[in-house]
Ligand binder design. Structure first.
Ligand code: SF4
Ligand code: FES
Length: 255
Protein backbone atom coordinates (compact mmCIF):
# COMPACT_ATOMS: atom_id res chain seq x y z
CA UNK A 1 0.00 0.00 0.00
CA UNK A 2 1.02 3.62 -0.44
CA UNK A 3 1.35 5.93 2.57
CA UNK A 4 1.99 9.66 2.40
CA UNK A 5 3.98 11.05 5.31
CA UNK A 6 4.39 14.63 6.44
CA UNK A 7 7.36 14.58 8.80
CA UNK A 8 8.81 17.29 11.02
CA UNK A 9 12.38 17.85 9.79
CA UNK A 10 14.69 19.89 12.00
CA UNK A 11 18.45 19.70 11.52
CA UNK A 12 19.35 20.59 15.11
CA UNK A 13 18.02 22.29 18.23
CA UNK A 14 18.52 25.77 16.71
CA UNK A 15 17.01 25.08 13.27
CA UNK A 16 13.46 26.45 12.76
CA UNK A 17 12.23 23.13 11.33
CA UNK A 18 9.40 22.40 8.89
CA UNK A 19 7.05 19.65 7.72
CA UNK A 20 8.31 17.74 4.66
CA UNK A 21 6.12 15.48 2.49
CA UNK A 22 7.28 11.96 1.54
CA UNK A 23 5.58 9.13 -0.30
CA UNK A 24 6.28 5.55 0.73
CA UNK A 25 4.87 3.42 -2.09
CA UNK A 26 5.88 -0.08 -0.95
CA UNK A 27 4.47 -0.45 2.56
CA UNK A 28 3.59 -4.00 3.64
CA UNK A 29 0.75 -4.26 6.16
CA UNK A 30 2.90 -6.67 8.26
CA UNK A 31 5.53 -3.97 8.83
CA UNK A 32 5.81 -2.17 12.12
CA UNK A 33 5.57 1.61 12.02
CA UNK A 34 9.33 1.90 12.62
CA UNK A 35 10.06 -0.61 9.85
CA UNK A 36 8.00 1.59 7.52
CA UNK A 37 10.24 4.52 8.57
CA UNK A 38 13.30 2.29 7.94
CA UNK A 39 12.05 1.74 4.37
CA UNK A 40 11.65 5.49 3.89
CA UNK A 41 15.14 6.10 5.29
CA UNK A 42 16.74 3.50 3.00
CA UNK A 43 15.15 5.27 0.03
CA UNK A 44 16.37 8.66 1.29
CA UNK A 45 19.92 7.34 1.78
CA UNK A 46 19.90 5.85 -1.76
CA UNK A 47 18.96 9.31 -3.08
CA UNK A 48 21.79 10.90 -1.06
CA UNK A 49 19.35 12.65 1.29
CA UNK A 50 19.50 12.88 5.08
CA UNK A 51 17.47 10.04 6.73
CA UNK A 52 14.76 10.95 9.27
CA UNK A 53 16.12 10.77 12.85
CA UNK A 54 13.86 8.90 15.28
CA UNK A 55 14.51 7.27 18.65
CA UNK A 56 14.20 3.50 19.13
CA UNK A 57 15.96 0.64 20.87
CA UNK A 58 14.13 -2.57 21.89
CA UNK A 59 11.31 -2.38 19.32
CA UNK A 60 9.41 -4.63 21.73
CA UNK A 61 7.46 -2.02 23.71
CA UNK A 62 9.63 -2.25 26.82
CA UNK A 63 12.45 0.31 26.70
CA UNK A 64 10.51 3.58 26.28
CA UNK A 65 12.82 5.03 23.62
CA UNK A 66 10.40 5.27 20.69
CA UNK A 67 7.51 7.64 20.17
CA UNK A 68 6.22 10.53 18.13
CA UNK A 69 2.88 12.19 17.43
CA UNK A 70 0.94 10.44 14.63
CA UNK A 71 -1.88 12.64 13.37
CA UNK A 72 -1.83 14.47 16.70
CA UNK A 73 -1.93 11.37 18.92
CA UNK A 74 1.10 10.25 20.96
CA UNK A 75 2.21 6.76 19.79
CA UNK A 76 -0.57 6.74 17.17
CA UNK A 77 -4.15 5.48 17.03
CA UNK A 78 -4.00 2.09 18.84
CA UNK A 79 -4.52 2.31 22.65
CA UNK A 80 -1.97 0.73 25.00
CA UNK A 81 0.63 0.49 22.22
CA UNK A 82 4.07 2.01 21.75
CA UNK A 83 5.03 3.33 18.33
CA UNK A 84 7.37 0.36 17.79
CA UNK A 85 4.50 -2.08 18.43
CA UNK A 86 2.10 -0.23 16.11
CA UNK A 87 1.72 -2.12 12.83
CA UNK A 88 0.83 -0.86 9.39
CA UNK A 89 -2.22 -3.16 9.24
CA UNK A 90 -3.96 -0.46 11.31
CA UNK A 91 -3.67 1.94 8.35
CA UNK A 92 -5.06 1.74 4.84
CA UNK A 93 -3.79 2.36 1.34
CA UNK A 94 -3.62 6.08 0.60
CA UNK A 95 -3.52 7.22 4.23
CA UNK A 96 -1.82 10.52 4.94
CA UNK A 97 0.04 10.70 8.27
CA UNK A 98 1.54 13.69 10.06
CA UNK A 99 4.52 12.82 12.26
CA UNK A 100 5.77 15.33 14.83
CA UNK A 101 8.14 15.10 17.81
CA UNK A 102 6.74 15.13 21.39
CA UNK A 103 5.21 18.53 22.09
CA UNK A 104 6.59 20.03 25.31
CA UNK A 105 9.06 22.78 26.16
CA UNK A 106 10.63 20.47 28.75
CA UNK A 107 11.47 18.05 25.89
CA UNK A 108 13.48 20.19 23.44
CA UNK A 109 13.90 18.81 19.94
CA UNK A 110 17.41 17.47 19.23
CA UNK A 111 16.78 16.48 15.61
CA UNK A 112 13.67 15.64 13.53
CA UNK A 113 11.54 13.35 15.75
CA UNK A 114 14.16 12.99 18.51
CA UNK A 115 13.68 14.97 21.72
CA UNK A 116 15.78 15.34 24.87
CA UNK A 117 13.99 13.54 27.75
CA UNK A 118 16.77 14.22 30.26
CA UNK A 119 14.21 16.05 32.42
CA UNK A 120 12.68 12.65 33.27
CA UNK A 121 16.09 11.34 34.41
CA UNK A 122 16.51 14.36 36.67
CA UNK A 123 13.05 13.80 38.23
CA UNK A 124 14.00 10.20 39.01
CA UNK A 125 17.40 11.28 40.38
CA UNK A 126 15.65 13.82 42.65
CA UNK A 127 13.78 10.91 44.25
CA UNK A 128 17.10 9.66 45.65
CA UNK A 129 17.82 6.26 47.15
CA UNK A 130 15.87 4.22 49.67
CA UNK A 131 17.72 3.95 52.97
CA UNK A 132 16.56 0.47 54.00
CA UNK A 133 18.85 -2.50 53.45
CA UNK A 134 16.82 -4.73 51.14
CA UNK A 135 19.32 -7.61 51.32
CA UNK A 136 19.41 -10.48 48.87
CA UNK A 137 16.36 -12.06 47.22
CA UNK A 138 15.43 -14.38 50.13
CA UNK A 139 15.49 -11.40 52.54
CA UNK A 140 13.20 -9.51 50.20
CA UNK A 141 10.74 -12.39 50.11
CA UNK A 142 10.64 -12.36 53.92
CA UNK A 143 8.94 -8.95 53.88
CA UNK A 144 5.23 -9.48 53.41
CA UNK A 145 3.52 -7.12 50.99
CA UNK A 146 -0.29 -7.02 50.79
CA UNK A 147 -1.34 -8.51 47.43
CA UNK A 148 -3.29 -5.42 46.40
CA UNK A 149 -0.31 -3.14 47.09
CA UNK A 150 2.09 -5.50 45.29
CA UNK A 151 -0.13 -5.42 42.20
CA UNK A 152 -0.62 -1.64 42.28
CA UNK A 153 3.15 -1.15 42.70
CA UNK A 154 3.79 -3.48 39.73
CA UNK A 155 1.24 -1.58 37.63
CA UNK A 156 3.02 1.71 38.43
CA UNK A 157 6.44 0.15 37.76
CA UNK A 158 5.28 -0.65 34.22
CA UNK A 159 5.93 3.00 33.24
CA UNK A 160 8.68 2.98 30.59
CA UNK A 161 9.34 6.74 30.78
CA UNK A 162 8.44 7.24 27.12
CA UNK A 163 7.01 10.74 27.58
CA UNK A 164 3.74 10.23 25.69
CA UNK A 165 1.74 11.46 28.69
CA UNK A 166 3.59 14.79 28.63
CA UNK A 167 3.33 15.10 24.84
CA UNK A 168 -0.45 14.55 24.84
CA UNK A 169 -1.27 16.75 27.84
CA UNK A 170 -2.44 20.28 26.87
CA UNK A 171 -0.48 21.50 29.94
CA UNK A 172 2.60 19.38 29.09
CA UNK A 173 2.35 18.02 32.63
CA UNK A 174 4.59 15.19 33.79
CA UNK A 175 2.14 14.24 36.55
CA UNK A 176 1.35 10.72 35.24
CA UNK A 177 5.03 9.82 34.90
CA UNK A 178 6.01 11.38 38.26
CA UNK A 179 2.98 9.84 39.97
CA UNK A 180 3.87 6.40 38.58
CA UNK A 181 7.44 6.65 39.87
CA UNK A 182 6.27 7.91 43.29
CA UNK A 183 3.61 5.17 43.53
CA UNK A 184 6.01 2.42 42.54
CA UNK A 185 8.07 2.80 45.74
CA UNK A 186 5.42 4.48 47.90
CA UNK A 187 3.22 1.36 47.89
CA UNK A 188 5.97 -1.00 49.11
CA UNK A 189 7.30 -1.39 52.68
CA UNK A 190 10.86 -0.64 51.51
CA UNK A 191 9.72 2.73 50.17
CA UNK A 192 8.12 4.01 53.38
CA UNK A 193 11.03 5.76 55.20
CA UNK A 194 11.45 8.48 52.52
CA UNK A 195 7.96 8.28 51.02
CA UNK A 196 6.84 11.88 51.63
CA UNK A 197 10.27 13.45 51.18
CA UNK A 198 10.62 11.61 47.86
CA UNK A 199 7.23 12.86 46.64
CA UNK A 200 8.08 16.49 47.45
CA UNK A 201 11.56 16.27 45.87
CA UNK A 202 10.27 14.70 42.64
CA UNK A 203 7.36 17.13 42.29
CA UNK A 204 9.74 20.06 42.95
CA UNK A 205 12.08 18.78 40.21
CA UNK A 206 9.18 18.42 37.76
CA UNK A 207 8.30 22.06 38.43
CA UNK A 208 11.94 23.10 37.97
CA UNK A 209 11.97 21.36 34.59
CA UNK A 210 9.01 23.58 33.55
CA UNK A 211 6.48 20.81 33.04
CA UNK A 212 2.94 22.16 33.38
CA UNK A 213 0.48 21.50 36.19
CA UNK A 214 -2.10 18.72 36.06
CA UNK A 215 -5.72 19.83 35.64
CA UNK A 216 -7.20 16.31 35.47
CA UNK A 217 -7.88 16.29 31.73
CA UNK A 218 -6.90 12.62 31.39
CA UNK A 219 -5.27 12.70 27.94
CA UNK A 220 -2.17 11.16 29.57
CA UNK A 221 -4.02 8.02 30.67
CA UNK A 222 -5.66 7.71 27.24
CA UNK A 223 -2.34 7.50 25.37
CA UNK A 224 -0.12 5.77 27.95
CA UNK A 225 1.19 2.60 26.25
CA UNK A 226 1.42 0.91 29.66
CA UNK A 227 -2.11 2.01 30.66
CA UNK A 228 -0.95 3.75 33.85
CA UNK A 229 -4.05 5.04 35.66
CA UNK A 230 -4.45 8.65 36.80
CA UNK A 231 -4.99 7.39 40.35
CA UNK A 232 -1.16 7.54 40.59
CA UNK A 233 -1.53 11.34 40.34
CA UNK A 234 -3.97 11.33 43.27
CA UNK A 235 -1.49 9.24 45.30
CA UNK A 236 1.32 11.65 44.43
CA UNK A 237 -0.80 14.64 45.48
CA UNK A 238 -1.76 12.90 48.73
CA UNK A 239 1.88 12.19 49.63
CA UNK A 240 2.88 15.72 48.65
CA UNK A 241 0.13 17.38 50.74
CA UNK A 242 0.82 15.10 53.73
CA UNK A 243 4.51 16.01 53.60
CA UNK A 244 3.79 19.72 53.20
CA UNK A 245 1.39 19.75 56.19
CA UNK A 246 3.81 17.81 58.39
CA UNK A 247 6.82 19.92 57.29
CA UNK A 248 8.69 16.75 56.30
CA UNK A 249 9.09 17.92 52.73
CA UNK A 250 10.67 21.24 53.76
CA UNK A 251 14.20 20.05 53.05
CA UNK A 252 13.31 18.92 49.55
CA UNK A 253 11.27 22.07 48.97
CA UNK A 254 14.26 24.28 49.72
CA UNK A 255 16.66 22.19 47.64
S1 SF4 B 1 3.18 7.20 32.41
FE1 SF4 B 1 2.81 6.06 30.48
S2 SF4 B 1 2.94 7.64 28.87
FE2 SF4 B 1 3.88 8.50 30.71
S3 SF4 B 1 6.07 8.08 30.56
FE3 SF4 B 1 5.16 6.36 31.74
S4 SF4 B 1 4.66 4.81 30.19
FE4 SF4 B 1 5.00 6.71 29.04
S1 FES C 1 11.70 0.95 20.90
FE1 FES C 1 11.58 0.24 23.00
S2 FES C 1 9.55 0.72 23.56
FE2 FES C 1 9.60 1.21 21.46
Amino acid sequence: MKITLHIWRQRNAKDAGKMVRYEVPNVNHEMSFLEMLDVLNEALIEKGEEPVAFDHDCREGICGMCGCMVNGVAHGPVPGTTLCQLHMRHFKDGDELYLEPWRAKAFPVIKDLVVDRGAFDRIIAAGGYISVATGSAPDGNAILVPKENAELAMDAAACIACGACVAMCPNASAALFTGAKISHLGLLPQGQPEREQRAVAMVAQANTEMFGSCTNIGECEAVCPKEIKIEVIARMNKDFIKASLSGRGALANNA
